[in-house]
Design a protein around this ligand. Structure first.
Ligand code: BG6
Length: 491
């Protein structure tokens, strides 16, 4: 277990959803697992003037909801004693000076400081400016780290501007850019499956792989976040960050070691080797659609436009893209990336389809390797075996390996990321070059989609992938794979 320095976590946007649902319960869980340093403190910062006792009551209600009132009273007392509240009203010019004075009380607050900015993205740069203006980013006596929630920029230009602004005050080692998917143990499993099993590496090339599918589908709709979503769309919301990271982990070269630097360096290399999508052939490489009214688990749900309350939006809730990686390993292998809200099933997975065996047989299906991330964590390898009997016929059978078995620790992505933050381990955080590489690839597509005001394809909520999405496939026999079903589920 890596030793963690005593530190203070300063949580901006503490009363927001992320903090209530993930961060504070996550910190509590870490405390119950004995993973928080003894003197560690949490200073929640919010705009409203809330009394410390009221804030502590509020924390209790967050934990009651999250753990259904089922938690250890002793751990609760210890956790509550770590928690403080600080009001930073937006109209108070001296707010950050007061914050710095409060934090300078070293008898209460350990001086290693991690600032978690769970705030509006438009506030990231100004908060870092203000922290620096009162000396809170200065590392002369103790470490200072800043966590920036997704999205880091809304395009390449704004990402670069944000980077320029925060690096006036912070070194790369102080910046923790979150992509919470990297905190999922199932995602970390991609690298280990690939590199801890020597059998896979020789097969991981264009000679053996027909294509790869990187999928995140949700049955959920956009929920309360209509305005945010309408300004963002599926491509920006999911593909630019989470899915491009899944793609990088699936296709990167083996790092020299599993050190944070080596892993990030290989991810950056592969992201930078992706061929830009040719805008002249956009319709063969990309597809977008929007959900309409439909049924999820038998219940009627509204369409996107009804939820939004505006009939004209053409923003995508379904996005599918085709990439090629310009390296000898991946020559000519299409990599299909798709994400959707309100599809018939939730499914996050990497599915690799291997080329057909050279021997010609009467009925011959394909070999697939599926690494399922959620809702179930498993690896499935599908092979062809003979059907017992007089004829020479084969069928597909699945070799299933559960990646999670009863009794395994269940750790939320944010819990491992918070721990890494305190440990100073950046391997599960994004390097600026990864963020930039991803924006560089997607910006032109986002721009072209924004300019295209023609009617958007729609799919009923609760349906499978829209049949029209097949347009991006290289070959007629390719189809969208659902991770659980055996590989015959053609559109
Ligand atoms: C977020 C997106 O980053 O990830 C959401 O903004 C999405 O739209 C969510 O629903 C999915 O995360 P998870 O961990 O539930 O798969």
């Amino acid at each position: 277990m890596t030793k963690i320095d005593d530190c203070t976590l300063v949580l901006f946007g503490a009363s927001g959803n992320l903090s209530r649902i993930k961060l504070i319960p996550g910190l509590f869980r870490l405390d119950s697992l004995g993973r928080l340093p003894e003197k560690m403190k949490i200073l929640s910062v919010g705009r409203s003037d809330v009394k410390e006792s009221a804030w502590r009551d509020d924390i209790k209600s967050m934990l009651d909801i999250k753990f259904k009132k089922n938690y250890d009273a002793k751990v609760f007392d210890r956790f509550i004693a770590r928690n403080f509240y600080h009001a930073n009203p937006p109209d108070d010019e001296n707010a950050f000076k007061r914050l710095s004075e409060r934090l300078s009380d070293a008898s209460t607050f350990p001086q290693n400081l991690a600032f978690f900015l769970s705030v509006r993205p438009s506030d990231f740069a100004s908060i870092v400016d203000l922290l620096a203006s009162v000396g809170l980013t200065d590392e002369t006596k103790a470490w200072r780290r800043v966590v920036i929630e997704k999205p880091f920029g809304t395009n390449l230009e704004t990402a670069q501007a944000l980077q320029k602004s925060i690096t006036k005050h912070l070194k790369e080692t102080q910046i923790y850019r979150i992509d919470h998917y990297l905190g999922k143990s199932a995602l970390q499993n991609i690298l280990l499956t690939r590199f801890a099993n020597h059998i896979f590496d020789p097969l991981w090339t264009h000679e053996h792989i027909d294509h790869i599918q990187i999928t995140n589908n949700e049955t959920l709709g956009v929920g309360e976040r209509t305005q945010f979503y309408d300004a963002t769309g599926a491509l920006r919301d999911m593909i630019q960050s989470h899915l491009m990271q899944m793609l990088a982990l699936t296709t990167m070269e083996m790092p020299e070691t599993l050190s944070p630097e080596n892993i990030r360096a290989e991810k950056i290399k592969v992201l930078e080797s992706i061929t830009p999508i040719p805008l002249s052939e956009l319709k063969k490489h990309t597809f977008k659609a929007q959900y309409g009214r439909g049924k999820i688990n038998g219940e009627e749900v509204k369409g996107y436009l009804e939820e939004l309350g505006s009939p004209t939006s053409v923003v995508e809730t379904y996005a599918a893209l085709k990439f090629y990686i310009n390296t000898p390993r991946w020559k000519g292998v299409p990599i299909y990336v798709r994400t959707a809200k309100r599809l018939h099933a939730s499914d996050t997975a990497i599915a690799i389809k291997f080329k057909k065996a050279p021997l010609s047989l009467p009925v011959q299906a394909d070999n697939w390797l599926v690494i399922s991330i959620q809702p179930k964590e498993f690896t499935r390898f599908e092979i062809q075996t003979k059907i017992p009997g007089l004829d020479t016929k084969v069928r597909t059978v699945a070799m299933d390996a559960p990646n999670r078995i009863t009794g395994d620790e269940s750790v939320d992505a944010y819990e491992s990321l918070l721990l890494n933050l305190m440990q100073g381990d950046q391997s599960l955080y994004l390097h600026i070059n990864e963020v930039e590489a991803s924006w560089r690839l997607l910006d032109p597509v986002i721009k072209a989609w924004n300019e295209d005001k023609s009617p958007v394809f729609t799919y009923p909520a609760g349906s499978a992938d829209p049949a029209e999405s097949k347009i991006i496939f290289d070959k007629p026999e390719q189809f969208w794979r659902q991770s659980i079903e055996i590989g015959e589920n053609k559109l």
